[in-house]
Write a protein that binds this ligand. Sequence first.
Ligand SMILES: C[S@@+](CC[C@H](N)C(=O)[O-])C[C@H]1O[C@@H](n2cnc3c(N)ncnc32)[C@H](O)[C@@H]1O
Length: 237
Amino acid sequence: MTGRPGGGPVFRATVRPLLVLGRWLLVEIQERRYGIRTSGEVELADLGLAAADRRSYKPSPWLGLRRALPRRSVSPDDVFIDIGSGRGRVVFQAARFYAFRRVIGVELSPQLHAEAVANIERNRASLRCAEVRLYCGDVLDVPIPDDVTVAYLYNPFAGAVFATVAGRLLASVDRRPRRLRIVYANPVEHDLLMATGRVRLTGRVRALRPGREWAASASVHVYDVTPAGSAAVTGPA
Ligand SMILES: C[S@@+](CC[C@H](N)C(=O)[O-])C[C@H]1O[C@@H](n2cnc3c(N)ncnc32)[C@H](O)[C@@H]1O
């Protein structure tokens, strides 16, 4: 993952530690409240899973999904997938707070996958969505179902892997036409996605972080996949 430069020396010595502490406290309180453990970063290299396009584990900002995907925009016909679901923070939030019919997670690391399973199992009784499916494997080996309507990615991979997954999402809409939203946090492959000519940027959540790089890494884009043959429009609605 990238670093978080930003702000001058005074800022780095004063405001920034307070911001970091505030965010840490928010997550601690929420995780204790719901009995989940998803914090901390894990390097794929330490798990023997590093590869050029893969990105390591870092949980989404706690409020990221809520800010990018209003609850009222989700109906019981919607199906959610977190591609690169890690310890399951976003899978938990999607299943706990939204009216999804099904929530799916796909995670490469068996260790992180096991932690996600434990987080979900501890909360089964209080989940709004009864059907949560967690798969362990490389996304390239795990099919993305044709009824998925919200695909969430928090910078799980880049380059060729991202291009392949994006292509599979577009092909899925071609096979089974439907509204498909891609919620892309830390959207480092934004240009690649737009270059497909098949997505429209419909929402952009700017992170409240100082410094361009830190803010960009915590921002979230929402795209609608457009039907094949229609003109894609750039720029947020
Ligand atoms: C930045 S973390 C995001 C975790 C989670 N989605 C969240 O928002 O809290 C990216 C995750 O993608 C996983 N990942 C990377 N490459 C993958 C691949 N090829 N297939 C499945 N998961 C992958 C990593 O192991 C890591 O857990």
